[in-house]
Design a protein around this ligand. Sequence first.
Ligand code: SF4
Ligand code: SF4
Length: 333
Amino acid sequence: MKRQTPFKTIYFDIVGGCNARCPYCLTGSSETRMSGEISPALFAQALEKLVREGAIGSGSVLSLYNWGEPLLHSDLPEIIRIINDHDVRYALSTNAYRVPVINREFVRNLDHLIFSMCGFSQASYDRIQRTDFDKARENITRIVKDCRGHGFKGDFRIFFHIYKFNEEEVDPCKKFANILGIHFHPQYAILNRWDDLRKLVIGELPPETFSDISGDLLGLDEIPGFLKKKDAACRFLCPQFEYLVLTENGDVVTCCQLPKDRPEFQCGNILDDPLEDILERRRKMPVCEDCVGTGLAAYINSSIKAPASYRRDLRQTVLIIERKLRRIFSGRW
Ligand code: SF4
Ligand code: SF4
């Protein structure tokens, strides 16, 4: 049966692993860091089904990432070709470890491209991603120039993750973004390790782990506030249901926060099961009852935020106005 309303965003991991080793990320901190990728043949089948069953429509964006680094895919041009065959808009998020093949095909349906940065110095990169900062900066510059050189008019965005040790690097990174005309989004880094986050929320995280985490992450002191509002939490309608999240094996996981390989969090496989059955299962996942009931869902959905002191400068304001105008003129609201 065809779904009535397509999803606005579908996260479909074409690569399950990542080269970086971010300690607060499920992928970077886990043994599945080097897991596999989807073959172009399976991707084509999955995409065809998502379109046929109404999950993807003309207003949808297919984001080729969630737990992994998409530019590590060994045949990205073929993945892009399949997307272009269906004329679906797509998005990427990358740590800029690698520069993909950039040509007219690459930018044809590219909606936006996000660069995920853990600071603006080698010291910060040594502490979080454990990759080469200069190389990331050079690759970002090259990707932006090459995409624009092939006619790309959409957005580039830098998601700058703020830790206690890199607050001074926000401004230099913003200047870098301004020079290249990239939208700059500074936001507090979060604990993206499901089991530890749950333990933290229910007060069972070992003190030594809490002490390690709170040495780097800001905002953990807000969590008890969410627990106090437990009654409100029980009526919380989780916005994660507005998205669909798939692994490189085509498994649909309840949401992007959960470890992808645990059967208790999976709702079915897009290649094997009808979409409606998958979505019906997702509506009744026990993990959601627990997550909403503990207040964790309310916390998760409000934990990514910019510092209150951050002010957009003129250059960033102009970029936003330009984006709005582009969307108006392309009829995409
Ligand atoms: S770069 Fe992104 S996906 Fe890779 S380990 Fe870091 S946070 Fe996780
Ligand atoms: S309730 Fe929790 S586990 Fe369920 S979709 Fe929302 S954030 Fe994910």
